[in-house]
Write a protein that binds this ligand. Sequence first.
Ligand code: PXG
Length: 464
Amino acid sequence: MQTIDTGAIQALDAAHYLHPFTDHAALAAAGARVMVRGDGIWLWDSENRRILDAMSGLWCVNIGYGRQRMSDAVYQQMQTLPFYNSFFNTTNVPAVTLAAKLVALAPPHFNRVFFTGSGSEANDTIVRMVRRYWQLMAQPERHIIISRVNAYHGSTIAGVSLGGMAGMHAQGGPLLPGIVHIDQPSYLEHGQGMTEDEFGVVAAGWLEERIKTIGPHNVAAFIAEPVQGAGGVIIPPTSYWAEIGRICDKYGILLVADEVICGFGRLGAWFGSTRMGIRPDLIAFAKGVTSGYIPLGGVLVGDRVGDVLTTKGGDFNHGFTYSGHPVACAAALENIRIIEDEGLVTRVAEDTGPYLNAAFTALAAHPLVGYADSFGFVAGLNLVQSKGASVHAHTLFDGDLGVGMLCRTHMFDAGVIMRAVGERMIIAPPLVMTRADIDEMIRRITLALDATLAELQTKGLMAE
Ligand code: PXG
């Protein structure tokens, strides 16, 4: 085992390394946690603490850490052809093979793939592609893309504009024009007085209202995550997506599914759209396509757009140096083979997903938990100050108290990584988790909830 001088790394980190989404003064004061090693669902930090990674890195390490087959596949491709571009009438074997494999896994109307280096670039590509499509269809006035409040679509300028994160918008302006947002289908936030299915139809209706306000002839596309991830694992009611599909069809609007988190087994299907009954025209993917071992993203292009892009107008003037990177594509191919060989998609759909659902939703019995839900291998629970007769009658914590962050620290102390989105605590565990692993994760989460409750009681922050 390699010995690491934690203090020295932290000092260099504070001096030179700008982290994503980070308050650097606070980080420098606290010192960064130094991750050193991973194996399966476990991580080790530089102090040799073993931590159960219930977030799969950042929603991506679907096959778990330390897979020899991945190292071998990448090593072999690096030795054969570490890089070549796909411009100038050139291609490479891993990119072609992966494109064909993705098409085979996707719903039948998908026959083409555009590769990028990340999820943000995938969504930038979607904006370029949607605009080009309507230009080629001689309807360039269709330029407005409708997205949702609290959506996350990346951090490039198109990504931040498509996304609905207030904090990012506040720092990112002026944003890309021609993007508007409707509310998210959060039953907890907006569903009072309705059943979940009634609420799903109401929430989808917000799309139709907005289309009518803008004028359908001006609307290019609607983009959404099948289940909102970074926004706090917002699982829409079953009725929502069917109604969204009907509305997009009615007005001829392109439907874009951002599957950067939901793809590659996370929701118990190769693509979350399938599980949610969505029939998208375009799919953004990244993360789980390589389980994060090497960066890769892309867009699966349905025939409605693909047939137009490839038969009209000559060049589509868009692409990246690393589009179809052979090493990244080789990593994706091996990752997909591992998912297939181990039957992980079916396992999540039929075995570990339902098992997680039963164990996780039972956490709602904890005095601090007002609501807990899951879908496939994403889950979230809401911390509440006191419980009322229904989920809409709980007393919520004042956001300024930072209760979510406090709980996150207790999670880490209990040796489990969980994300806090306000007072909603979320997980997206590696798909390789067994039932026993799930039990161990829930045991650690429960310990941390108990510790959080004890601290809140000591501070007088729980209701009497
Ligand atoms: N779409 C979705 C749905 C995502 O979750 C992106 C696009 C952008 O992907 P790249 O590869 O450009 O990061 C994402 C990324 C969080 C968190 O805090 C989530 C993401 C990224 C960073 C933080 O949960 N998702």
